[in-house]
Design a protein around this ligand. Structure first.
Ligand code: SF4
Length: 346
């Protein structure tokens, strides 16, 4: 584990004005030192919105009965990614609600097809699965598992009905890292009742986990959920947490999440100024995308045009090196980013 040269503090997470501008500039400078002006560009395909979990903050929770559910056909998604992906895309993230059927019957053959027919790096974000299914996905050629811990406080985690228990989630993050995956995680800023101290705990937990990257997503109230009436996260909290994450872990890949634009006009671009070095283009077919509603139907959909325009406006360029390739170059077996941290108990 690297020496911790920056210790995140509540004062940074709540900073405004000149102090906030200085924090974001330090984070942007740390990103530039490590990655230059290159930003990773990946695509996401949302293959299923079935979910057996019931997270209070998510519009795809199982109790949201009004939502039309879908599972994509893996052949359709493979065709799209093999023959019609934008030129700037080096990696793909295959994402779904926690739907083991989709993981087995859609994601797995899709990973196999992509590995056979494209040089794309493959990430998966499919929730908590049986170890044999993690192993099958890895064997098929996926490199990166995205497993968000959402909230570092076990009582809050339970209150928001996040998947399983926090201990189980952390156990699986460690299990994945130990079995050779690059693991990226993430947490939510601005959940109802979250104090600056509670937000800080997320950074502390992220530090202690065997991760290659981490995201910060702003809480956004979603229709059809118990939190539909709660206020959305202050965008500054999210951006400050991203900046602190970057200073804490200069080597991590930190995405600019599309939801930043739902909480603030140009929030996405501000993310690129606060330490983000990954953008994600949405390639989910139009007829399915409207029903993938983690937040709300009125999504901010990142197209290649929008992503490249945001990068250009910030003086950044798409990386020709893919994410998976980058991780392999850093550490052929992913060990450098994982070993010491994996030893820290839950
Ligand atoms: S956050 Fe993920 S696991 Fe939770 S309800 Fe939404 S899709 Fe399911």
């Amino acid at each position: 584990m690297p020496l911790q040269t920056y210790i995140p503090a509540e004062a940074d997470l709540t900073s405004t004005g000149a102090a906030q501008a200085a924090l974001h500039e330090r984070a942007a400078a740390a990103t530039r030192r490590r990655f230059g002006n290159r930003v990773f560009v990946r695509a996401v395909v949302e293959i299923s919105n079935f979910c057996r979990e019931n997270c209070a903050y998510c519009g795809m929770r199982r109790d949201h009965r009004a939502l039309r559910r879908y599972r994509a056909r893996h052949e359709q998604i493979a065709e799209l990614l093999i023959h019609h992906r934008p030129a700037s895309v080096t990696d793909v993230n295959i994402q779904a609600g926690e739907d083991p059927v989709a993981a087995r019957e859609i994601a797995l053959p899709l990973v196999q097809a992509l590995r056979r027919k494209t040089p794309l790096g493959v990430s998966v974000c499919l929730g908590t699965l049986p170890p044999a299914l993690y192993a099958a996905l890895r064997e098929a050629g996926a490199d990166i598992y995205i497993m968000k811990f959402e909230c570092a406080d076990a009582a809050q985690y339970a209150r928001f009905q996040a998947p399983g228990t926090l201990a189980e989630r952390l156990r699986d993050i460690r299990l994945l890292a130990k079995s050779g995956w690059c693991v990226s995680s993430g947490f939510i800023a601005g959940l109802p009742g979250q104090t600056p101290g509670a937000l800080l705990k997320n950074l502390e937990l992220a530090w202690a986990l065997p991760l290659c990257g981490c995201s910060v997503s702003p809480f956004i109230q979603s229709a059809g959920t118990p939190l539909a009436g709660s206020p959305a996260c202050d965008p500054n909290r999210t951006l400050n947490a991203m900046a602190a994450l970057r200073l804490m872990r200069p080597e991590w890949v930190i995405p600019a999440v599309s939801a930043l634009n739902l909480v603030q006009k140009n929030g996405y671009r501000r993310g690129l100024r606060a330490g983000a070095n990954l953008v994600t283009i949405n390639l989910t077919p139009d007829d399915l995308r409207d029903d993938y509603v983690i937040y709300k139907r009125d999504r901010f959909v990142v197209t290649e045009e929008r992503a490249l325009a945001a990068l250009a406006a910030e003086g950044l360029v798409p990386s020709s090196e893919g994410l998976a390739e980058f991780y392999r170059r850093q550490s052929p077996n992913g060990a450098a980013t994982q070993t010491a941290a994996a030893a820290i108990p839950a």
